[in-house]
Each structure stands twice: as structure tokens, then as C-alpha cells.
Write a protein that binds this ligand. Structure first.
Ligand code: TYD
Ligand code: MG
Length: 452
């Protein structure tokens, strides 16, 4: 009898069934059976009596640092930790239309000068890809193109020696494997397709770049399992209405995960942004109440962003707290500290907070800048001109020291800022920079500092 090409696996307990059913007989969970490709050759170790013995090697053996392939795009190299590692698989996730295909076609074009770069699209026809390449100014780059969705065909083409050095699959949700009944984009298909492609990448030593669309819930469509299968996961983010895009590593087996790469979407594709602070602050009105510039750190790099607050009398019984680009729980905490320690009151006011330009701030060091924006909005007095703010705020109203104050100040000085409001604890000594430093130890001192 022919072996079945697929089986149904309970995602809760792992029990395997030849047919689908609504409930797993083993753990009694409902709706957990998912179709998967049956293993072609079973488990070799279990079937054969004597498996091949492993050849163990010492930990301190040969093999220095990983040979990486620089892409020529500094922002991408920074996020990957110095370039692409041969034989590794990288997932690039992001909302539809954010620019994933654009980025990867540009990367493939750059790399094609020195190595074999393959771009396989399951979403666009060859003509469309060529049109985009023309727009990006890379029409003559020797990229190998294919429009395909059948993983078996792709595997047959790539699973030969020296077929490619870097392979882009755009996108993993359009790929499918023969023998699985489920449609492309389903958990089973995405997982089986990725598994097959990653296996070939490891065997043939090429870099595999998988595009993955993000669902409404914010995860890469289909399964989280995809994130476990690959070596690195990069998210491409940005607000649709804004021109800049941020590439962020959320997992990286070969490098750091706190670096960001900043790009700007232009008429001719993505341009690297060498100085993100200048871009984020480009449209700032400095003498408006409720605006503060936060000197933040993203990865190894200082980044200045504008934080805006607006406070308005609330017509509602429960006033609104609206936050864009920051944590709403953290805003609630800061408002409570301002009420308890500084005698302010927000009980009858709507509070709106916005990190300008669509950037997302995650550092606690932004507390003091947010507080400054709120205090300024409430009082109607603008902050002193050319001032940056940073510091963490505790529940007792104390302003805590934050890491890398020097780097923050240096970046601010570089962009022409002349004053800083910062924690008094472990603050850098005066005189090293040509800046006026206002040190605050308690949040209440911030109010005095901001009095005109
Ligand atoms: P795309 O790379 O197709 O997004 P994804 O693959 O993530 O779905 O990007 C599409 C958007 O980018 C589209 O709205 C047009 C815009 N765009 C530019 O602004 N400039 C360009 O040079 C290109 C190629 C696209
Ligand atoms: Mg695309």
C-alpha cells in the first residue's frame, strides 16, 4: 500500500492521525489537528538497528569567526550583526506594502555583482519585477529571476552544487508543497515549505532570505514556528504615511538583537539614513508647548526623537489617555507620579501622547522627556529652546540614572542642541561638552527647571 503523503498532527500533544478529526483522541483537545507532510524516510535511527555513529569534535577546534557577506548596505549589515552568514536563513517580516520586496530586490542587485543572487517571486510576474528594477535603477544587475511557487521545483533547481550564494523567496506564504492538501499560506504549507528550503540552504551553504507577511495580530502570518526555524528574524516597520522605515532584529543567532537600521522610501527605492535623528526632528516646531526632544539609544546608536503631549479638558466621565509610539501603562504610571509627587491633576483632562514621525520608543529613559512634554503642555510654557531630555522616573518621584548619558549628550551637541535636562545621579562631569546641563534628582525639580 502506498504511504500517505500527509498526516494530521495534534498541535497540543503531538499525536499523529492518518485522517482529520475535530477532536484529538489522545488529549481530547478540540480543533488542534493540523495537516503536515509525512516524513519521507521516517526516523532513520529508529528504523535501522545500527545507526551511524557520531564523530565528536573538541569545542576548541578549528574555525574562527563566521565568514560573513557584507551587503554593501550599512544599515542592513548593522542589523544582521555585520553581514549575511552563508547557510543561514533569515526571515524578513512586515506589513504588506511596507517595502520588503523593494529592499530585497535592492539587496539582491547589490550582491549580484560579486556572487550568484537568485530572486524567486511568488507574488509578482517577471515583467513587474523588471519594472520595479528599472525604477530602482538596478535593471542591468545580473540577478537571476524566477516567478515560481512550487517548492519542489525550486528545490530541484537550487539543490545542486553552486546553484546560488544568496536566495530570496518572496514570499513564504505563496509557496506550496505538492502532496499537502491545504492551501498556500496555511500553517502546514508555510511550515513544510520553509523546512524544505532551509534544509537546502544549510546543505548548499547559501543565504536564504524569506519574506513573511505580518497578520493583523502582528505575528508573521501562519505560525510562530517559522520564527523558531530560522536563524534570524528581522521586522521591517514604519507608518504607511511616513517615508522612513525601520529594520529591527527580533531574533539573531549570529548577532545582536537591539540594533535598528533606518531607511527612507523614495521614488527610487529605499535609501539608507545615516543620521536618523536629523530625519526624526526635521519637522519640529521648537517653541510649542508640549514638545520635548528625547535623547534615546537604539542598539549602539543614539537617536533623537520628538515627544509631543496635548492636554485638553475632558467632556467624558472617564477621561481619555491616547498614546502613539510609547507604552500606555507607562503613561498611566507617569501621570500618577506627577499627581502624587508634584501636585498636578489630570482627573478631568484628556491626555494625548505622540512620538513624532511614527517611531516607537521602548526605553524607560524616555520617562523624563514624556514628563517634560506633559508638564509643558499643562502649563502652556514651551521648553527652553534647543534642549534635550532623558532620565528614568521611579514611583517615589526620583529621577534615575540611565545608561550611556555621554553618547546621548554627544549626539545632541552634534545636532546643535545646547542644553540638556538629565538625572543628577551619575551624570557626566560638566566641561566635557559645550552644553548647559540641568540636573534633576526629583521629578518636582523638573517643574522648577521648566518655569519660565
Ligand atoms: P513593496 O516592496 O512592494 O512592499 P512589500 O513587498 O512589503 O509588500 O513596496 C511597495 C510600496 O513601496 C508601494 O506603496 C510603492 C512604494 N515604493 C516607492 O515609494 N518607491 C519605490 O521605488 C518602490 C519600488 C516602491
Ligand atoms: Mg512584496
Amino acid at each position: 500500500m502506498a504511504r500517505p503523503t500527509s498526516v494530521f498532527v495534534c498541535q497540543e500533544c503531538g499525536a499523529v492521525y492518518p485522517k482529520w478529526s475535530g477532536r484529538c483522541d489522545a488529549c481530547l483537545a478540540w480543533n488542534t489537528l493540523i495537516e503536515e507532510a509525512a516524513a519521507a524516510d521516517g526516523h532513520p535511527g529508529r528504523e535501522r538497528g545500527h545507526a551511524r555513529r557520531l564523530a565528536f569534535v573538541p569545542l576548541d577546534g578549528e574555525g574562527g569567526p563566521l565568514a560573513r557577506r557584507g551587503t554593501g548596505l550599512d544599515e542592513l549589515d548593522r542589523v544582521t550583526g555585520g553581514g549575511l552568514v552563508p547557510g543561514s536563513a533569515i526571515l524578513i517580516g512586515g506589513d504588506p506594502g511596507i517595502g520588503k520586496s523593494t529592499l530585497l530586490l535592492q539587496v539582491a542587485a547589490r550582491l549580484s555583482g560579486s556572487m550568484t543572487a537568485v530572486y524567486i517571486s511568488g507574488e509578482e510576474a517577471i515583467g513587474q519585477l523588471r519594472l520595479r528594477a528599472t525604477r530602482l535603477g538596478v535593471r542591468t544587475a545580473p540577478v537571476q529571476l524566477a516567478a515560481a511557487t512550487a517548492v519542489n521545483e525550486i528545490a530541484a533547481s537550487l539543490d545542486v552544487a553552486k546553484a546560488a550564494d544568496v536566495v530570496v523567496i518572496d514570499s513564504i506564504q505563496t509557496m506550496f508543497i505538492d502532496g499537502l492538501e491545504s492551501a498556500p499560506g496555511t500553517v502546514a504549507q508555510v511550515r513544510a515549505s520553509a523546512q524544505a528550503l532551509i534544509r537546502i540552504a544549510k546543505r548548499r551553504g547559501f543565504v536564504l532570505l524569506l519574506v513573511g507577511h505580518v497578520t493583523k495580530e502582528g505575528t508573521i502570518a501562519g505560525p510562530r514556528v517559522l520564527e523558531h526555524m530560522v536563524d534570524a528574524v528581522l521586522y521591517f516597520e514604519g507608518e504607511r504615511g511616513h517615508q522612513f522605515r525601520i529594520l529591527r532584529a527580533v531574533k539573531n543567532r549570529f548577532g545582536p538583537t537591539d540594533e535598528i537600521g533606518v531607511f527612507e522610501m523614495t521614488d527610487a527605492g529605499l535609501q539608507e539614513v545615516r543620521n536618523p535623528s536629523a530625519l526624526f526632528l526635521a519637522e519640529r516646531e521648537s517653541q510649542v508647548p508640549g514638545s520635548a526632544v528625547f535623547a534615546g539609544i537604539e542598539g549602539t546608536r543614539p537617536v533623537l526623537v520628538e515627544i509631543q503631549a496635548l492636554i485638553a479638558p475632558s467632556p467624558l466621565g472617564t477621561p481619555r489617555r491616547t498614546v502613539v509610539g510609547w507604552d500606555s501603562g507607562r503613561l498611566a504610571m507617569l501621570l500618577a507620579v506627577l499627581e502624587a509627587r508634584c501636585g498636578m491633576s489630570f482627573g478631568a483632562a484628556d491626555v494625548f501622547l505622540n512620538v513624532a514621525g511614527g517611531f516607537r520608543v521602548a526605553e524607560p529613559a524616555a520617562d523624563l522627556a514624556v514628563a517634560a512634554a506633559i508638564v509643558s503642555a499643562a502649563s502652556g510654557n514651551a521648553l527652553p529652546p534647543d534642549t534635550v531630555v532623558f532620565g528614568e522616573v521611579g514611583l517615589a518621584g526620583e529621577v534615575r540614572a540611565v545608561a550611556r548619558a555621554d553618547a546621548r549628550l554627544k549626539e545632541a551637541a552634534k545636532l546643535g542642541f545646547t542644553q540638556a535636562i538629565l538625572p543628577s545621579r551619575r551624570a557626566p562631569a560638566d566641561g566635557t561638552l559645550d552644553m548647559r546641563l540641568h540636573r534633576v534628582g526629583l521629578l518636582s525639580e523638573l517643574l522648577t527647571t521648566l518655569k519660565p
